[in-house]
Write a protein that binds this ligand. Structure first.
Ligand SMILES: [Zn+2]
Length: 256
C-alpha cells in the first residue's frame, strides 16, 4: 500500500507542478499558429513549449511509477525526483530571465494596455467582422486582438512598434491593410461559416461604377472630425487605455 500512496503523492505533485504552466501559458490556444508577433517570438525557445515538454516528461514518469510500483525503490525515487525537479527549476529560471530580457528590449518598456476603436467601410457599407469562436473570447493574438467590440486591444509587452501597427492588427485577424489594399475577413452571419476574405484594391469598382481608394481616417478628438491620415502602412494606435484620448479610426474603401 505504501507504494500506491507514494504514487498518488507523485501524481498530486505532478499536477501541482504542471498545471500552473499549462494554465498560465494557455497551451492549445488558437492563436498559437499566428503567434509570430507575440513577445515569445523574440526568444530562441518559446518558454511555454519547454513547459509543455516538461509536463509530458513528468506525466511519463508518473505513468511509469504507476505501472511498475515495485520498481519504486528509494534510489529510483531519488532519480525521478531529480528528473522532475531539475528541468522544472531550469525552465522557471529561463522564464524569469526571458521576462526580464523582453521587458528590457521592448519598445513599450514593459506591459501596456491600449485601445483604439475602429470602423471598416467599403463602398459606403459598414463591414462586420467574424466573431470570436469558443473557447477563445478574442480574435487575433493575446497581445493584439478584438473582442467583437470593434476595438483594437494591445495587451502586454510590445517588443517592436511594428508588431502593433494597424497593419499587423489586420493581419492577425485574417485580413491585410497597406497602401492601396484592404483585405477584410468575412463570415456568413447566419451559419457563422468563414467566407472568402473581402479584397479591395485601389481602382476596383464600387457598385456605383466608380473606382475606389483605400483610406485611413483618424478622428480629431477636439473637432470630432475624421481626418485622412497618409500613413496607412505604418500607423500605430496612440498609447492610451481610454478613448478619447485613444484613437477612433475609420478604414474605408471609397470612391471620390
Ligand atoms: Zn483591452
Amino acid at each position: 500500500m505504501a507504494t500506491l500512496r507514494q504514487a498518488v503523492l507523485v501524481f498530486a505533485f505532478t499536477i501541482l507542478l504542471g498545471l500552473p504552466f499549462a494554465v498560465a501559458h494557455g497551451i492549445g490556444e488558437p492563436e498559437i499558429e499566428n503567434a509570430r508577433i507575440e513577445p515569445s517570438a523574440y526568444l530562441p525557445v518559446d518558454p511555454s513549449w519547454l513547459a509543455l515538454y516538461d509536463f509530458g516528461l513528468i506525466c511519463a514518469i508518473v505513468a511509469a511509477s504507476l505501472a511498475f510500483p515495485a520498481a519504486l525503490t528509494p534510489k529510483t525515487k531519488k532519480a525521478f525526483f531529480i528528473i522532475i525537479a531539475v528541468p522544472a527549476v531550469l525552465i522557471t529560471l529561463y522564464m524569469a530571465a526571458s521576462t526580464v530580457y523582453l521587458n528590457v528590449i521592448s519598445w513599450s518598456g514593459g506591459p501596456v494596455h491600449w485601445h483604439a476603436d475602429f470602423e471598416i467601410w467599403a463602398c459606403g457599407e459598414k463591414l462586420a467582422l467574424p466573431k470570436a469562436t469558443f473557447p477563445s473570447n478574442y480574435v487575433g493574438t493575446s497581445t493584439l486582438h478584438h473582442h467583437d467590440d470593434y476595438r483594437i486591444h494591445v495587451e502586454g509587452l510590445v517588443v517592436s512598434k511594428e508588431d502593433v501597427a494597424l497593419r499587423s492588427f489586420f493581419r492577425v485577424i485574417g485580413g491585410d491593410l497597406e497602401k492601396g489594399r484592404l483585405a477584410v475577413p468575412n463570415t456568413d452571419v447566419n451559419s457563422r461559416n468563414a467566407l472568402p476574405v473581402l479584397e479591395f484594391n485601389n481602382g476596383d469598382l464600387c457598385p456605383n461604377g466608380k473606382p475606389g481608394k483605400v483610406k485611413l481616417y483618424v478622428k480629431n478628438q477636439e473637432t470630432g472630425a475624421f481626418e485622412e491620415n497618409p500613413g496607412i502602412d505604418d500607423y500605430v494606435l496612440k498609447p492610451f487605455y481610454n478613448i478619447p484620448p485613444g484613437d477612433y479610426l475609420k478604414i474605408a474603401f471609397e470612391t471620390e
